[in-house]
Design a protein around this ligand. Structure first.
Ligand SMILES: Nc1ncnc2c1ncn2[C@@H]1O[C@H](COP(=O)(O)OP(=O)(O)OP(=O)(O)O)[C@@H](O)[C@H]1O
Ligand SMILES: [Mg+2]
Length: 538
């Protein structure tokens, strides 16, 4: 700064000084060259190298001295912010700062230059994949301040956002647990969890976190989920893992599966109420209609119970999973097609919205990157969002939400390593967690499915199916929406052959009035009417 002033005072003096300096530098270089017998370029390079090395050495020495005396200097600032009211600055209360964390958090902009992380409030514990720092922030800060600048903290340590995981201390807003991995996440595979581990997890496990612990969502009750990611990243595998865990530990629930793509969910056909493999929007609509009806009946029962001042009825959870859902929402560009796809989107939205009270949850998977792969109205109803590797942030937003990158400590799905399959950013309850889905062996999944199917069979044997349910099963197995009385009656064990009498007997047995086929000619029953009549069940 002095030089600057001088320059403004006297430009000539500065020029003279510069010439003098140059002459001296040239003299020194000439002397070195003479002494060492080197060429001019070699002399210049060597001298520059020695000067840089000396400068670096001096900087290191200074940093070390600052570190050593930090105990005497920085705590004064710490005390200042810890007891601002009293303005106490008592030397005997001075506590050394944790130099590394303090510098990291100051540089990252989490705390002020005058603030410190106290060394006696930091513990470092090794975990299988790295180290976990537990520390307290100054009294002016909270855990959220670290969350907001997590990328910068990772940057200070020279690692990526994917290498760090931040957790809050449940008992102290100033407490933060910062996990730092030694290697990129999931460099080593974790073994699939055992039945015991799945059962003892509080919530629904979806995969491992970066330390190998099980991670998931608290419950699927009153919640729907969307899973996105490029093709072959592990969506179907993750959902297979989820269904396996649900079958092991979620208790009694009704599973509806719609395989929009090949046969990714077929393993569970035996253990579900309804399995369809189709990319026809009509099939999606038919399941959605069935579940919306079921939801409506549940609402009616809840209303009735409230009206009669009875306890709220307990409903069996229903989980509807659609693999490759985007196809059902796509339209062919014609006005009619658009109208139809809008109708389907509305049904899906309604279903996801209803899940809040009626215990019907929906899980949608998609590999399509388009903006409207999952209509925004549907996605917004999904409290849980998972995104596997995608090529652009725009695609990540399709799944995670338009404002995802402004949430606390987001994880960018474009940064995931696409070679490590099954990795997903799980965004739930406003928090992002990096997980890797389970990859159970087929044998394990078959075993679980067989057990559940055997259990369901046993229940059926002790409480045989009602004629109504038998009729529904029959029609579903035959893949028909309408069945004439003439066919349905014998199938349900009615031997009467006179049409009038046979019709009466069947109607009585089912408790449903018959209808007519599409042409209004043949008497019989519509599947939708039968399903609607299962009002007794919930
Ligand atoms: N967690 C995992 N661990 C190891 N391998 C995995 C994992 N998840 C998926 N894979 C493997 O990655 C491949 C793709 O998986 P998957 O079929 O589940 O992907 P997808 O996202 O459903 O693909 P698509 O969009 O084409 O349906 C499979 O070979 C599978 O075995
Ligand atoms: Mg798939």
């Amino acid at each position: 700064m002095g030089k600057k002033q001088q320059a403004s005072d006297d430009v000539y003096a500065q020029a003279a000084g510069a010439i003098g300096g140059l002459a001296v530098a040239f003299g020194i270089l000439a002397a070195i060259r003479d002494k060492l017998g080197l060429s001019w370029p070699a002399t210049v390079l060597l001298t520059a190298g020695v000067l840089v090395a000396l400068g670096y050495g001096a900087w290191r020495l200074r940093a070390a001295i600052v570190g050593l005396v930090a105990g005497g200097k920085q705590p004064a600032a710490a005390l200042k912010q810890e007891a601002p009211a009293e303005g106490l600055v008592a030397a005997e209360e001075a506590v050394p700062a944790h130099p590394e964390l303090t510098e990291a958090l100051v540089t990252a902009g989490v705390i002020d230059k005058a603030e410190v992380i106290r060394a006696d409030e930091v513990t470092v514990e090794p975990v299988s994949t790295g180290e976990r720092y537990r520390f307290l922030l100054p009294k002016t800060r909270t855990y959220k301040d670290v969350e907001r600048r997590l990328e910068n903290v990772a940057g200070w340590y020279g690692i990526s956002r994917l290498h760090v995981k931040l957790e809050r201390d449940r008992n102290n807003e100033r407490g933060a647990h910062l996990l730092m991995l030694d290697a990129p996440p999931f460099s080593q595979p974790f073994p699939a969890p055992t039945r015991e581990q799945i059962r003892s997890f509080t919530g629904v496990p979806l995969g491992h976190d970066v330390t190998g612990q099980l991670a998931g969502v608290p419950t699927l009750d009153k919640a729907s989920m969307v899973v996105g990611g490029m093709s072959q990243m592990g969506k179907t595998t993750l959902i297979n893992g989820l269904i396996t865990c649900l079958l092991i530990a979620y208790g009694d629930f009704d599973l509806y599966l719609l395989d929009g793509k090949f046969c990714g969910l077929v393993t569970f056909e035996k253990a579900c109420v309804r399995y369809e493999s189709s990319d026809d929007p009509a099939v999606f609509e038919s399941i959605a209609d069935e579940l919306i009806d079921r939801g409506a009946r549940r609402y009616e029962k809840m209303r009735e119970a409230k009206r009669n001042r009875e306890p709220e009825p307990k409903f069996k959870p229903v989980i509807f999973i659609v693999d490759e859902a985007a196809d059902f929402f796509a339209d062919d560009g014609t006005p009619k097609g658009k109208e139809r796809s809008a109708g389907i989107a509305e049904k899906a939205r309604k279903l996801a919205a209803k899940s809040l009270e009626s215990r019907i949850s929906m899980i949608l998977l998609t590999q399509r990157p388009d903006k409207d792969a999952i209509p925004v109205t549907v996605r917004n109803q999904c409290q849980y969002r998972l995104c596997m590797y995608v090529e652009s942030e725009g695609t990540a937003k399709v799944t995670l939400g338009d404002s995802y990158f402004t949430t606390a400590a987001p994880i960018n799905p474009t940064h995931l390593n696409p070679q490590i399959k099954g990795q997903a950013v799980m965004f739930a309850g406003g928090t992002s967690t990096l997980i890797r889905g389970f990859n159970f062996s087929d044998e394990f999944m078959w075993e679980v499915v067989d057990e559940v199917a055997a259990r369901q069979q046993k229940v059926l044997e002790t409480a045989p199916l009602s004629p109504l349910k038998q009729a529904i099963d029959l029609m579903r197995n035959a893949g028909v929406e309408f069945m004439p009385t003439a066919d349905l009656a014998p199938a349900l064990g009615i031997t009467e052959t006179r049409p009038g009498e046979r019709g009466k007997q069947l109607s009585k047995k089912l408790g449903v009035t018959p209808g007519k086929d599409e042409k209004g000619v043949v008497r019989g029953y519509w599947l939708t009417d039968l399903i609607a009549a299962t009002a007794a069940e919930s």
